[in-house]
Design a protein around this ligand. Structure first.
Ligand SMILES: CC(=O)Oc1ccc2c(C)cc(=O)oc2c1
Length: 280
Protein backbone atom coordinates (compact mmCIF):
# COMPACT_ATOMS: atom_id res chain seq x y z
CA UNK A 1 0.00 0.00 0.00
CA UNK A 2 1.21 3.49 -0.88
CA UNK A 3 0.79 6.31 1.61
CA UNK A 4 0.72 9.71 -0.11
CA UNK A 5 2.68 12.26 1.97
CA UNK A 6 2.57 15.34 -0.27
CA UNK A 7 1.41 16.61 -3.65
CA UNK A 8 2.71 19.89 -5.06
CA UNK A 9 2.08 21.34 -8.51
CA UNK A 10 5.29 22.38 -10.30
CA UNK A 11 6.12 23.24 -13.93
CA UNK A 12 2.59 22.19 -14.90
CA UNK A 13 3.13 18.70 -13.46
CA UNK A 14 3.08 17.19 -9.99
CA UNK A 15 5.75 16.42 -7.40
CA UNK A 16 4.48 13.80 -4.98
CA UNK A 17 6.03 11.93 -2.04
CA UNK A 18 5.04 8.47 -0.86
CA UNK A 19 5.83 6.00 1.91
CA UNK A 20 5.34 2.25 1.73
CA UNK A 21 6.50 -0.84 3.58
CA UNK A 22 9.24 -2.45 1.56
CA UNK A 23 9.57 -6.20 1.15
CA UNK A 24 13.25 -5.71 0.23
CA UNK A 25 14.38 -3.53 3.12
CA UNK A 26 11.78 -4.66 5.69
CA UNK A 27 11.02 -1.12 6.79
CA UNK A 28 9.01 1.88 5.58
CA UNK A 29 10.66 3.48 2.51
CA UNK A 30 10.03 6.91 1.05
CA UNK A 31 10.26 7.94 -2.57
CA UNK A 32 9.34 11.02 -4.62
CA UNK A 33 7.91 11.12 -8.13
CA UNK A 34 7.57 13.97 -10.61
CA UNK A 35 4.78 13.44 -13.13
CA UNK A 36 4.95 15.77 -16.15
CA UNK A 37 1.83 17.64 -17.35
CA UNK A 38 -0.62 15.44 -19.19
CA UNK A 39 0.63 12.11 -17.81
CA UNK A 40 -2.39 9.80 -17.56
CA UNK A 41 -3.48 6.22 -18.17
CA UNK A 42 -4.19 7.20 -21.78
CA UNK A 43 -0.91 9.14 -22.08
CA UNK A 44 1.75 7.12 -20.28
CA UNK A 45 5.25 8.57 -19.94
CA UNK A 46 8.77 7.09 -19.66
CA UNK A 47 10.63 7.26 -16.34
CA UNK A 48 14.06 8.43 -15.26
CA UNK A 49 15.16 6.83 -11.99
CA UNK A 50 17.45 9.13 -10.01
CA UNK A 51 19.75 7.73 -7.29
CA UNK A 52 21.09 10.27 -4.82
CA UNK A 53 24.38 10.35 -2.96
CA UNK A 54 25.64 10.06 0.60
CA UNK A 55 23.45 11.72 3.28
CA UNK A 56 20.64 12.42 0.80
CA UNK A 57 16.96 11.49 0.91
CA UNK A 58 14.20 11.51 -1.71
CA UNK A 59 14.20 15.32 -1.38
CA UNK A 60 17.65 16.62 -2.38
CA UNK A 61 17.40 16.08 -6.13
CA UNK A 62 13.80 17.21 -6.31
CA UNK A 63 14.50 20.46 -4.42
CA UNK A 64 17.93 21.37 -5.81
CA UNK A 65 18.49 19.96 -9.31
CA UNK A 66 16.14 22.26 -11.21
CA UNK A 67 14.97 19.37 -13.40
CA UNK A 68 11.23 19.95 -13.56
CA UNK A 69 10.96 22.47 -16.40
CA UNK A 70 12.87 20.29 -18.86
CA UNK A 71 11.27 17.04 -17.64
CA UNK A 72 7.85 18.68 -18.10
CA UNK A 73 8.74 19.82 -21.61
CA UNK A 74 10.08 16.40 -22.60
CA UNK A 75 7.28 14.44 -20.91
CA UNK A 76 9.55 12.41 -18.61
CA UNK A 77 8.59 11.23 -15.11
CA UNK A 78 11.35 11.21 -12.48
CA UNK A 79 11.46 8.83 -9.52
CA UNK A 80 13.85 9.49 -6.63
CA UNK A 81 14.09 6.86 -3.87
CA UNK A 82 15.76 7.35 -0.50
CA UNK A 83 19.42 6.32 -0.25
CA UNK A 84 19.03 3.62 2.42
CA UNK A 85 16.61 1.96 4.78
CA UNK A 86 15.89 4.12 7.83
CA UNK A 87 14.31 3.93 11.26
CA UNK A 88 14.97 2.93 14.85
CA UNK A 89 15.24 -0.77 13.98
CA UNK A 90 17.78 -0.17 11.17
CA UNK A 91 21.46 -0.50 12.19
CA UNK A 92 23.30 2.79 11.85
CA UNK A 93 26.66 4.39 12.51
CA UNK A 94 27.42 7.96 13.49
CA UNK A 95 29.15 8.80 10.19
CA UNK A 96 28.08 10.34 6.89
CA UNK A 97 29.58 7.61 4.68
CA UNK A 98 28.12 4.44 6.18
CA UNK A 99 24.77 3.26 7.57
CA UNK A 100 21.56 5.24 7.18
CA UNK A 101 21.87 7.60 4.19
CA UNK A 102 24.63 5.43 2.73
CA UNK A 103 23.13 2.18 1.43
CA UNK A 104 25.51 2.02 -1.57
CA UNK A 105 22.81 0.22 -3.63
CA UNK A 106 24.02 -3.26 -2.62
CA UNK A 107 22.30 -6.25 -1.03
CA UNK A 108 24.13 -6.68 2.28
CA UNK A 109 25.15 -10.20 3.19
CA UNK A 110 26.62 -9.46 6.62
CA UNK A 111 24.79 -9.23 9.97
CA UNK A 112 23.44 -6.94 11.28
CA UNK A 113 23.04 -5.15 7.91
CA UNK A 114 21.58 -7.95 5.80
CA UNK A 115 17.99 -7.64 7.10
CA UNK A 116 17.46 -4.07 5.88
CA UNK A 117 20.30 -2.94 3.60
CA UNK A 118 19.01 -4.43 0.35
CA UNK A 119 18.92 -1.31 -1.80
CA UNK A 120 19.98 -3.18 -4.97
CA UNK A 121 16.86 -5.37 -4.83
CA UNK A 122 14.73 -2.37 -3.92
CA UNK A 123 15.90 -0.18 -6.82
CA UNK A 124 16.18 -2.91 -9.48
CA UNK A 125 12.96 -4.81 -8.79
CA UNK A 126 10.62 -3.66 -6.03
CA UNK A 127 10.40 0.07 -6.76
CA UNK A 128 9.94 -0.19 -10.57
CA UNK A 129 7.19 -2.81 -10.06
CA UNK A 130 5.45 -0.45 -7.63
CA UNK A 131 5.80 2.52 -9.99
CA UNK A 132 4.50 0.49 -12.94
CA UNK A 133 1.49 -0.62 -10.88
CA UNK A 134 0.46 2.76 -9.47
CA UNK A 135 1.50 5.45 -11.97
CA UNK A 136 0.87 6.21 -15.68
CA UNK A 137 4.27 5.11 -16.98
CA UNK A 138 5.49 3.18 -20.01
CA UNK A 139 8.01 0.35 -19.77
CA UNK A 140 10.82 2.69 -20.96
CA UNK A 141 13.27 3.45 -18.13
CA UNK A 142 16.56 5.30 -17.78
CA UNK A 143 18.73 5.55 -14.68
CA UNK A 144 20.99 8.32 -13.41
CA UNK A 145 22.52 9.50 -10.14
CA UNK A 146 25.11 11.50 -8.25
CA UNK A 147 28.28 10.34 -6.50
CA UNK A 148 27.25 7.23 -4.46
CA UNK A 149 24.06 7.36 -6.55
CA UNK A 150 26.14 7.67 -9.73
CA UNK A 151 27.87 4.45 -8.69
CA UNK A 152 24.42 2.91 -8.15
CA UNK A 153 23.08 4.05 -11.51
CA UNK A 154 26.02 2.91 -13.63
CA UNK A 155 26.44 -0.37 -11.74
CA UNK A 156 22.72 -1.22 -11.91
CA UNK A 157 22.56 -0.35 -15.63
CA UNK A 158 25.63 -2.47 -16.40
CA UNK A 159 24.11 -5.45 -14.54
CA UNK A 160 20.61 -5.01 -15.97
CA UNK A 161 21.02 -3.56 -19.48
CA UNK A 162 17.68 -5.05 -20.55
CA UNK A 163 15.84 -2.84 -18.03
CA UNK A 164 17.10 0.55 -19.22
CA UNK A 165 17.42 2.51 -22.45
CA UNK A 166 20.36 4.62 -21.18
CA UNK A 167 22.32 5.58 -18.09
CA UNK A 168 24.13 8.66 -16.85
CA UNK A 169 25.86 10.02 -13.78
CA UNK A 170 27.23 13.15 -12.18
CA UNK A 171 30.50 12.75 -10.25
CA UNK A 172 30.08 8.97 -9.83
CA UNK A 173 32.19 6.70 -7.60
CA UNK A 174 33.28 4.47 -10.50
CA UNK A 175 35.66 2.07 -8.77
CA UNK A 176 34.34 1.60 -5.19
CA UNK A 177 36.46 -1.48 -4.52
CA UNK A 178 39.52 0.79 -4.82
CA UNK A 179 38.44 3.89 -2.86
CA UNK A 180 38.00 4.56 0.89
CA UNK A 181 34.20 5.17 0.78
CA UNK A 182 33.59 1.95 -1.16
CA UNK A 183 36.01 -0.15 0.85
CA UNK A 184 34.44 0.93 4.15
CA UNK A 185 30.88 0.28 2.95
CA UNK A 186 31.57 -2.98 1.12
CA UNK A 187 33.60 -4.50 3.96
CA UNK A 188 30.71 -3.89 6.39
CA UNK A 189 27.84 -4.79 4.03
CA UNK A 190 29.51 -7.61 2.05
CA UNK A 191 32.28 -8.92 4.32
CA UNK A 192 36.02 -9.34 3.90
CA UNK A 193 35.95 -11.61 0.81
CA UNK A 194 36.66 -9.03 -1.90
CA UNK A 195 35.59 -11.41 -4.67
CA UNK A 196 31.98 -10.61 -3.60
CA UNK A 197 32.57 -6.87 -4.11
CA UNK A 198 33.30 -6.85 -7.84
CA UNK A 199 29.64 -7.41 -8.82
CA UNK A 200 28.97 -3.89 -7.51
CA UNK A 201 31.93 -2.11 -9.16
CA UNK A 202 31.41 -0.16 -12.41
CA UNK A 203 35.01 -0.56 -13.64
CA UNK A 204 34.95 -4.32 -12.96
CA UNK A 205 31.53 -4.73 -14.60
CA UNK A 206 32.71 -2.86 -17.67
CA UNK A 207 35.39 -5.50 -18.17
CA UNK A 208 32.69 -8.20 -18.21
CA UNK A 209 30.09 -6.44 -20.41
CA UNK A 210 29.24 -8.00 -23.78
CA UNK A 211 29.26 -5.53 -26.67
CA UNK A 212 25.66 -6.57 -27.43
CA UNK A 213 24.62 -5.33 -23.95
CA UNK A 214 26.31 -1.92 -24.14
CA UNK A 215 24.02 0.97 -23.17
CA UNK A 216 24.39 4.64 -24.08
CA UNK A 217 26.19 6.21 -21.08
CA UNK A 218 26.94 9.85 -20.20
CA UNK A 219 29.09 11.04 -17.29
CA UNK A 220 29.78 14.60 -16.18
CA UNK A 221 32.56 15.35 -13.72
CA UNK A 222 33.79 18.60 -12.20
CA UNK A 223 37.53 19.17 -12.26
CA UNK A 224 37.38 21.19 -9.01
CA UNK A 225 35.67 18.31 -7.18
CA UNK A 226 37.59 17.67 -3.91
CA UNK A 227 36.72 13.97 -4.08
CA UNK A 228 37.86 13.36 -7.66
CA UNK A 229 41.26 11.79 -7.09
CA UNK A 230 40.85 9.84 -3.85
CA UNK A 231 37.22 8.69 -4.05
CA UNK A 232 35.69 9.03 -7.52
CA UNK A 233 38.61 7.78 -9.66
CA UNK A 234 37.18 8.94 -13.00
CA UNK A 235 40.60 8.22 -14.52
CA UNK A 236 40.02 4.47 -13.99
CA UNK A 237 36.75 4.65 -15.92
CA UNK A 238 38.39 6.51 -18.82
CA UNK A 239 40.81 3.55 -19.10
CA UNK A 240 38.05 0.91 -19.06
CA UNK A 241 35.89 2.79 -21.56
CA UNK A 242 38.82 3.01 -23.97
CA UNK A 243 39.89 -0.62 -23.45
CA UNK A 244 36.36 -2.00 -23.94
CA UNK A 245 35.15 0.46 -26.58
CA UNK A 246 32.17 1.15 -24.31
CA UNK A 247 29.82 3.84 -25.75
CA UNK A 248 30.33 6.25 -22.84
CA UNK A 249 30.71 10.01 -23.14
CA UNK A 250 32.74 11.43 -20.24
CA UNK A 251 32.67 15.22 -19.98
CA UNK A 252 35.12 16.98 -17.66
CA UNK A 253 34.16 20.52 -16.56
CA UNK A 254 36.69 23.09 -15.37
CA UNK A 255 35.83 24.83 -12.09
CA UNK A 256 32.83 22.71 -11.02
CA UNK A 257 32.73 20.95 -7.64
CA UNK A 258 30.77 18.01 -6.16
CA UNK A 259 27.63 19.95 -5.30
CA UNK A 260 24.12 20.31 -6.63
CA UNK A 261 25.25 23.60 -8.22
CA UNK A 262 27.11 21.36 -10.69
CA UNK A 263 24.15 19.02 -11.17
CA UNK A 264 21.74 21.91 -11.79
CA UNK A 265 24.15 23.31 -14.41
CA UNK A 266 23.97 20.17 -16.58
CA UNK A 267 20.74 18.37 -15.65
CA UNK A 268 19.00 19.62 -18.81
CA UNK A 269 21.69 17.97 -20.97
CA UNK A 270 21.18 14.69 -19.11
CA UNK A 271 17.42 14.82 -19.59
CA UNK A 272 17.86 15.53 -23.32
CA UNK A 273 20.39 12.68 -23.56
CA UNK A 274 17.95 10.21 -21.98
CA UNK A 275 15.02 11.56 -23.97
CA UNK A 276 16.63 10.58 -27.27
CA UNK A 277 16.68 6.91 -26.17
CA UNK A 278 13.46 6.84 -24.13
CA UNK A 279 11.47 8.01 -27.16
CA UNK A 280 13.19 5.72 -29.70
C1 LIG B 1 22.71 17.82 -1.24
C2 LIG B 1 24.14 17.51 -1.29
O1 LIG B 1 24.97 18.37 -1.14
O2 LIG B 1 24.46 16.22 -1.53
C3 LIG B 1 25.70 15.64 -1.41
C4 LIG B 1 26.82 16.24 -0.85
C5 LIG B 1 28.00 15.53 -0.74
C6 LIG B 1 28.07 14.21 -1.18
C7 LIG B 1 29.24 13.41 -1.09
C8 LIG B 1 30.50 13.96 -0.50
C9 LIG B 1 29.20 12.10 -1.55
C10 LIG B 1 28.01 11.57 -2.10
O3 LIG B 1 27.92 10.37 -2.47
O4 LIG B 1 26.93 12.35 -2.19
C11 LIG B 1 26.92 13.62 -1.74
C12 LIG B 1 25.76 14.34 -1.85
Amino acid sequence: MLDNLSATKVSGGWHKQYSHTSTSTHCPMRFAIFLPPGASQTNKVPVLYWLSGLTCTDENFMQKAGAFKMAAELGIAIVAPDTSPRGDTVPDEDSYDFGQGAGFYVNATQAPYNTHYNMYEYVVNELPALIDQHFPVTDKKAISGHSMGGHGALMIALRNPQNYTSTSAFSPIVNPINCPWGQKAFSHYLGSDKSTWTQYDTCELMDQANATDHLPMRIDQGEADNFLVEQLKTENLFKKVNEQGYPAEINMHAGYDHSYFFISSFIDEHLLFHQSYLQA
